[in-house]
Design a protein around this ligand. Structure first.
Ligand SMILES: Cc1ncc(COP(=O)(O)O)c(C=O)c1O
Length: 444
């Protein structure tokens, strides 16, 4: 069934532009997460501009923005310091030279200082690339082939890991079957993947006991942010660290979402775990495409010695480096994260109260500035719980009600709401006012 907007007149110009775009651009969009089948039914909104915590669409609707470009706009839209740094870099330097610059070392120093598990770091452009490199490095340094990844996570769209993101629930809970994200992925990759259920240290222990000698890496988000927001249960990340360390398996934290968002040291700083390799992207560039992969010196030595190639024409281009240097300076300002956490907690607590008062069966789950509302009678601790219990129809009603009242986030229940450094107390209060109205409409 195709969904329609109840107040379609509000989004009429977006509808027209989408019809036009779809003639030339497959699906009318340039990335899956913006497609109708990812929730933007009957069409995505076309955005005119963003400023701080707000965006304005082509119909003139203004929104408090919790989509934040799917995460990168951690400092809000057009953060002045980052914008000025990028403009200055273009005007005074140029955009790329395929040779190093002193600013790259400055940036590397800031990143390594921020994240204690990093001895060294390399820059690239996207999270997809950074994950690909981390997995390749893990295989190179262990001489092993298999990679454990978890159902419900997303680690970018490269062939090696674009499996079992949100699969139909198949296989037993203990031995999920690897499911490719559509046709076109080489079938043989299946044999290099072990798919596990997250938040289950016994399952991980068994897999390592069974196949540890062939396992190069455990690849995980430290907080599951690609099936809504699911927090690690107490002791789970610690168990993961201990089990991988004992078996000589490289632990890769994919901090594309959590990095520089849960704190300057990311989720690993928040939970106090030191992975072997880490991947960062969305939080680091102040809205520009920058990613980073780094970790233990002995593993990074494979890159240093030229054994493992990390290439990339655009890697560490002048714009990316200027943006990330400026963004890191903003993030490092004293008290920055404290106020971000305070705003985010107001939102989480407020939503909890509102949904409870309205007797809506829901859980608001979040850590710092990442959160999601699960419309479910059951707590969600892994992807299979979500697949069984999350009420997507109710989520749609919630999402559209909020959209109509000027609050923007992704229409998919498996995505997140992100709070930025630009969100104000007034934004949170206005969001909660909207939520109060919408909550009343959710239970008939
Ligand atoms: C955890 C995680 N890893 C990797 C990626 C891929 O990053 P990119 O879209 O920059 O390629 C994403 C993107 O959403 C992500 O959420």
């Amino acid at each position: 069934m195709t969904l329609a907007y109840a107040n379609a007149h509000r989004y009429a110009r977006s509808r027209e532009l989408f019809a036009e775009a779809a003639k030339l651009i497959p699906g009318g969009v340039n990335s899956t997460a913006r497609a109708t089948w990812s929730g933007w039914e009957p069409h995505p909104l076309f955005i005119d501009h963003g400023e701080g915590s707000h965006v304005v669409d082509v119909d003139g609707n203004r929104y408090i923005d919790y989509l934040l470009g799917l995460g990168p706009m951690l400092l809000g839209h057009r953060p002045p310091k980052v914008t000025q740094a990028v403009i200055a870099a273009i005007e005074k330097q140029g955009t790329m030279f395929a040779l190093p610059s002193v600013d790259e070392t400055k940036l590397a120093r800031k990143i390594v200082a921020a994240v204690p598990s990093l001895d060294q770091v390399r820059l690239c452009n996207t999270g997809t690339e950074a994950v690909l490199y981390a997995v390749r490095l893990a295989r190179a340094c262990t001489g092993r082939n298999k990679v454990i990844r978890f159902e419900g996570m997303y680690h970018g769209f490269s062939d090696g890991v674009y499996w079992s993101k949100h699969p139909p629930v198949s296989g037993s809970q203990d031995r999920p079957i690897p499911v490719p994200q559509g046709p076109g992925l080489p079938k043989d990759i299946e044999r290099s993947l072990i798919i596990l259920n997250w938040n289950d240290s016994d399952g991980l222990k068994e897999a390592i006991a069974r196949e540890g000698a062939d396992i190069a890496a455990v690849l995980t988000e430290p907080v599951m942010c690609n099936t809504g927001c699911i927090l690690p249960e107490p002791g789970y990340l610690e168990a993961m660290r201990e089990l991988t360390q004992r078996a000589g398996i490289v632990l890769i934290f994919d901090e594309v979402i959590t990095g520089f968002r849960l704190g300057l040291a990311g989720a690993q700083g928040h939970y106090g775990i030191k992975p072997d390799l880490s991947v960062f992207a969305k939080g680091i560039g102040g809205g520009f495409p920058v990613a980073a992969m780094g970790g233990r010196r002995d593993i990074m030595a494979f890159v240093a010695e030229g054994k493992v190639s990390m290439a990339g024409t655009y890697s560490a281009n002048t714009i990316a480096v200027a943006a990330a240097n400026a963004a890191m300076d903003e993030l490092a300002k004293p008290g920055a994260y404290e106020s971000l956490y305070a705003r985010s907690q107001e939102l989480i607590d407020g939503l909890r109260r509102i949904l409870m008062d309205a007797r809506v069966p829901a859980f608001v789950v979040g850590v710092g500035p990442v959160l999601q509302v699960w419309f479910s009678k059951h707590p969600i601790r892994n992807y299979r719980d979500a697949a069984r219990h999350a009420d997507h129809a109710l989520f749609r009603k919630w999402w559209e009600g909020m959209l109509d009242r000027g609050v923007l986030f992704h229409p998919g229940a498996y995505e997140n709401l992100f709070v930025s450094f630009a969100h104000t107390k007034a934004d949170i209060e206005a969001t909660l006012d909207a939520a109060r109205e919408v909550a009343k409409t959710l239970i008939d």
